[in-house]
Design a protein around this ligand. Structure first.
Ligand code: TMP
Length: 212
């Protein structure tokens, strides 16, 4: 994905209520203003099969799945999303922005639920192979602020929010660890900035990192 003629794959990650969807809409407009064709998508979901799996994951009681089952469901949804939506769009030269990707599995099922990292990477190899995002933006926000924002807008999709605060603390720490391990791919961004400042920070980061 780096020869300058094909598309780019950008992922936005972070805990609950970090403002990813608003920022994806802003980034899309910014990229389109620079002549890019943009596909905005999300996980779990982003294809009709993966949206069906999403319902199983985000609704119902918190103890519905154990960590392994949950990771399997996320990777099943991810593979369908990649095959149906992401890879074809990249092939046509689009810039694909995904609201969450595999770092969410590492942070939520790995750091949050304690599934071991080697298992997650094995599942990654099976479902995704060598493919990686060109850039991952991790929107970092204090947990209480994020959960309050998420609670204000959420309908039936409460399964993850209902997990205890310690779970969300592990998820936040996990995202920061991932960023530290892969500084070439990941950038941590303070999501506590106001919407316009945050959008400008994100645009600058994408511009610098991917040469837009
Ligand atoms: P959303 O609220 O950003 O749409 O994401 C739905 C929930 O799914 C969110 O609480 C995070 C969770 N999730 C995982 O636990 N693992 C994953 O791999 C992904 C993509 C999402």
């Amino acid at each position: 994905m780096t020869d300058g003629t094909s598309g780019r794959f950008i992922t936005l990650e972070g805990g609950e209520g970090a403002g990813k969807s608003t920022q994806i809409a802003r980034l899309r407009t910014w990229l389109e203003g620079r002549g890019k064709t943009v596909v905005a998508t999300r996980e779990p979901g982003g294809s009709s099969g993966a949206e069906m799996i999403r319902k199983l994951l985000v609704e119902g009681p918190a103890e519905r799945w154990d960590g392994v089952t949950e990771a399997l469901l996320h990777f099943a949804a991810r593979r369908d999303h990649l095959r149906t939506t992401v890879w074809p769009a990249l092939k046509l030269g689009a810039w694909v922005i995904s609201d969450r990707f595999a770092d969410s599995t590492r942070a939520y099922q790995g750091y949050g639920h304690g599934l071991d990292h080697a298992t997650i990477e094995q599942l990654y190899d099976v479902a995704v192979g060598d493919f990686r995002p060109d850039l991952t933006l991790i929107l970092d926000l204090p947990i209480d602020v994020g959960l309050a924002r998420a609670a204000a807008r959420r309908g039936a999709e409460t399964r993850y929010e209902n997990l205890p605060i310690e779970f969300h603390q592990r998820v936040k720490a996990g995202f920061l660890e991932i960023a530290k391990r892969e500084p070439g791919r990941c950038v941590v961004i303070d999501a506590g900035q106001d919407i316009d400042t945050l959008a400008a920070t994100i645009a600058r980061t994408v511009g610098d990192r991917l040469g837009v």
